[in-house]
Write a protein that binds this ligand. Structure first.
Ligand SMILES: *Cc1c(COP(=O)(O)O)cnc(C)c1O
Length: 432
């Protein structure tokens, strides 16, 4: 018996224990908040070894911190990756994921159904680095493949897409990425590893805004990049930052030296060191607390979302509901296949009363909060076209599922009947 590999722990066990152990100094059972910047070296030799990346350890909290390290290991384990890099926000994670892959003149091929802030980051801001994003319809793998050119360094999509709850066929997109020899980056924020494991479906990197479901109660900003460890960075000359000598580390080659952990080490040793988009220990602690109940919350989020979507769909004041967990959705079968634990808790509702009714509904709710966040225990509502997706052109808004006649709901974990009653009275005001 003793020779047998141990039975792997289940998700509910890992979300509480992965990466954590009693504090070696005090025995504290909960992960302590190491609200600390510098770490004492044993001696000069130890310090030199750490700075040369010959030994792994703590130097300075811009790069590594014990509380943040537990969060990194916890999320890497839940996603099935070999390592992870935590960042100060989800947007920081996206830039940090691209940074080792891109040079001026390079491009990424991205799905056009995306979080509004990501559309802006990719279509406007990254141009200042000389990078370019080509937007495509992920429902057309042929279009995705065609957009991949000589200078394409990654394909980027979301698993369950904000705001409309569209579900991406990740295995299909992963097959395109593999054929083109580029990494697939999946933003798994709205699904979480409880509903979707992109790495098992062929993703190279997974990014999150941990600000949302992972922290879970709208209490801490944060982001993470999870490294699958599966991509061969040396198979072509496309990724010199990972395969070629690094001048800022005496000519060290990350892929040759660290193998499957090349991206993770590069992200910490170059990305966090030089870009400094570090997550604070306090936010890592709050996010760890949130993750301990992730599966319980997601079950309830999904159950509530399904009930509310079904109720809304049958209401005469509603034109349509975008939830992929509804039998009427064109994505129902895909959602069942790719996201068997549920299609998330995010969707849009189109009102027959159009823009005016949407705005009145947002003003009329009582339990729902009118905020730009999502993935909170609280139910949230927003009119995307006038807020989160405001910087987009009307065509981009419609492509992203955020047209002027829809409101976005992020369904929380309150009593479903109370939420239905709240939407009922808000709809009454909106259509009076
Ligand atoms: C919120 C969000 C982001 C951005 O994350 P921040 O933590 O707000 O920087 C990126 N992608 C998705 C899907 C999001 O919901």
């Amino acid at each position: 018996m003793s020779d047998d590999a141990p039975r792997p722990y289940g998700f509910d066990t890992l979300q509480i224990h992965a990466g954590a152990r009693p504090d070696p100094a005090t025995g504290a059972r909960q992960t302590p908040i190491y609200q600390n910047t510098g770490y004492v070296f044993r001696d000069a030799e130890h310090a030199a070894a750490l700075f040369n990346l010959q030994e792994v350890g703590f130097i300075y909290s811009r790069l590594t911190n014990p509380t943040v390290a537990v969060l990194q290991e916890r999320i890497a384990t839940l996603e099935g990756g070999v390592g992870a890099i935590c960042t100060g926000s989800g947007h920081a994670a996206q830039l940090m994921a691209l940074f080792p892959l891109m040079s001026p003149g390079d491009d990424i091929v991205v799905c056009n159904r995306l979080y509004g802030g990501t559309v802006t980051q990719f279509s406007q801001t990254i141009k200042r680095f000389g990078w370019k994003a080509k937007f495509v319809d992920a429902d057309k793998p042929g279009e995705v493949a065609k957009a991949c050119g000589k200078r394409t360094k990654a394909i980027f999509c979301e698993s369950i897409c904000n705001p409309g709850g569209y579900v991406t066929d990740i295995p299909k997109i992963a097959a395109v990425a593999e054929r083109k020899g580029v990494p697939l980056i999946v933003d798994n924020t709205s699904a979480t590893p409880y509903l979707c494991k992109p790495i098992e479906m062929g993703a190279t990197l997974v990014v999150h805004s941990t600000t949302k479901y992972l922290s879970g109660s709208g209490q801490a900003m944060g982001g993470v990049i999870v490294d699958s460890g599966t991509f061969d960075w040396s198979a072509s000359d496309k990724f010199p930052s990972l395969s070629e000598p690094e001048p800022a580390y005496h000519g060290l080659k990350f892929h040759e030296t660290f193998g499957p952990l090349a991206f993770t080490f590069n992200g910490i040793a170059i990305g966090l060191r030089d870009l400094g988009m570090t997550q604070s220990p306090m936010n890592a602690f709050l996010t760890l607390l949130g993750i301990e109940t992730l599966s319980l919350r997601m079950e309830k989020h999904v159950a509530n979302a399904k009930k509310l979507a079904e109720w809304l769909e049958n209401d005469p004041r509603v034109a349509s509901v975008s939830y992929a967990g509804l039998k009427s959705s064109p994505y129902y079968r895909r959602a069942r296949k790719v996201y068997p634990n549920g299609a998330g808790a995010l969707f849009t509702v189109a009102l027959k009363g159009g823009y005016d009714a949407c705005v009145k509904m947002v003003d009329g709710v009582e339990i729902f909060s009118h905020v730009a966040n999502l993935g909170d225990t609280r139910s949230l509502i927003i009119h995307s076209a006038s807020t989160t997706h405001r910087q987009l052109t009307p065509e981009q808004q419609v492509a992203a599922g955020a047209g002027p006649d829809v409101v976005r709901l992020s369904i929380g974990i309150e009593d479903a009947d109370d939420l239905i009653a709240d939407l009922d009275q808000a709809l009454a005001k909106a259509t009076a």
